[in-house]
Design a protein around this ligand. Structure first.
Ligand code: CAA
Length: 379
């Protein structure tokens, strides 16, 4: 197996799989139907050190390497992609930017509770009129006595309503364009942060995604993350790791679709034999497996590069582009193999098909990943 896992990585992967199948998988279909947020499961993941996996133990985290995090996330997604996105956002775009850019005081105050799972966090970059073009964001941060006052709207905020600390990008200097954006750690537990109701989504129905209105939301001076004007660096740096995480989420979903499809092809019969003996089904299974294996290599390679401290913007974009597009295709084929049953809520592949769809959209659409890759090629 490439890469060769260390003993710790193998142990984390096994522990994550065992926990996912024993504690997360059994209630996943019911949570998908009800939209209930898996609070108790998140608490357990926090106790396991899975909500701040790459954060040093001194700051309440798991002290693991990045590939271990990716292996764990893949296993959680295998059981329930809604839990996986909650875990991914907390790790990748809440904890990681604070770990990279935070002062010792910020790490003590914000990272510790986030990494230990005492509170959940998130990332407020996207706005109603600034999605792919993140630098077009309009939320304004005005310097006031003792800190900053934020006004604006944020959209599609994962962990909104269930999280407390959000890495938030806002415009501090309207005349400086991309360099006039700064990053803050926003405490959502204040009257100026108004969380909308959970969005009614196609999939990931038990993860919480909301619109947020910021009305004179206050951020103290000491919660500015990085230097004024560094907002996009904080945001895009975090998204490099985040995109590998979303690719791992897609990989977990796709592996589940693959396993379900193989099991079904062995037992479902048509024309007097198991459907797995029909060449057309074999062709689907073989193609699904090939895309899965290629995806896995890209995801683990990008994770290993990130762990080695190398710039991995293009590798992360490549892994996300190929894996999420492949995963959408794999889940579509899984539904096809199941035939009419694949279109029914009764069967898992129907949920996988809905859950996987957003992976080509959030943390940078496939079009944005292509743009990142092509820019590098044409430099
Ligand atoms: N790491 C660190 N810094 C980076 C960087 C990276 N990977 N990429 C760019 N930067 C820096 C640049 O160096 C630049 O700073 P300097 O001028 O000082 O050099 C600054 O950031 C701006 O970069 P660009 O000029 O390249 O910015 P751009 O406006 O051309 O945008 C883009 C580039 C790739 C299109 C970017 O806007 C992008 O990635 N858009 C997609 C947004 C996105 O992914 N949103 C996800 C939302 S979060 C989410 O989905 C979470 C969830 O709920 C699951």
């Amino acid at each position: 197996m490439f890469p060769q896992f260390t003993e710790d990585q193998s142990a984390i992967r096994e522990a994550a799989h065992a926990f996912a199948m024993a504690e997360i998988d059994p209630g996943a279909a019911a949570r998908d139907a009800s939209g209930e947020f898996p609070k108790a499961i998140l608490k357990q993941l926090g106790e396991m050190g899975f909500l701040g996996m790459c954060v040093p133990e001194a700051y309440g985290g798991g002290g693991s390497d990045f590939l271990s995090y990716i292996l764990a996330l893949e296993q959680v997604a295998y059981a329930d992609a809604s839990v996986a996105v909650t875990m991914s956002v907390n790790n990748s775009v809440a904890c990681a930017p604070i770990l990279s850019f935070g002062t010792p005081q910020q790490k003590e105050r914000y990272l510790k509770p986030l990494a230990s799972g005492e509170v959940l966090g998130g990332f407020m970059l996207t706005e109603p009129d600034a999605g792919s073009d993140a630098a077009a964001l309009k939320t304004r941060a005005v310097h006031v006595e003792g800190g900053w006052q934020l006004n604006g709207s944020k959209a599609w905020i994962t962990n909104g309503g269930v999280g407390r600390y959000f890495v938030t990008m806002a415009r501090t200097d309207p005349d400086k364009g991309k360099k006039g954006i700064s990053a803050f750690i926003l405490d959502a537990h204040q009257p100026g942060v108004i969380m909308g109701p959970p969005e009614a989504k196609m999939g990931l129905r038990s993860s919480k995604t909301v619109m947020v209105a910021l009305e004179d939301a206050f951020v103290p001076e000491e919660a500015l993350l990085g230097k004024p004007g560094d907002g996009l660096k904080v945001a895009f740096g975090g998204l490099d790791g985040g995109r590998i995480g979303i690719a791992a989420q897609a990989l977990g979903i796709a592996q589940r679709a693959m396993d379900e499809s193989v099991a079904y092809a062995r037992t479902r019969r048509s024309f007097g034999k198991p459907i797995g003996e029909h060449q057309m089904i074999q062709t689907y299974l073989a193609e699904m497996e090939a895309r899965l294996q290629a995806s896995r290599l890209l995801v683990y390679r990008a994770a290993a590069m990130k762990e080695a401290g190398r710039t991995c913007t293009v590798e992360a974009a490549t892994a996300k582009l190929f894996t999420t597009e492949s995963a959408v295709w794999i889940c579509d084929r899984a539904v096809q193999i199941y035939g009419g049953y694949g279109y029914s809520h009764e069967y898992l592949v129907e949920r996988l098909y809905r859950d996987v769809r957003v992976t080509t959209i959030y943390e940078g659409t496939s079009e944005i990943q292509r743009m990142v890759i092509a820019r590098e090629l044409l430099k």
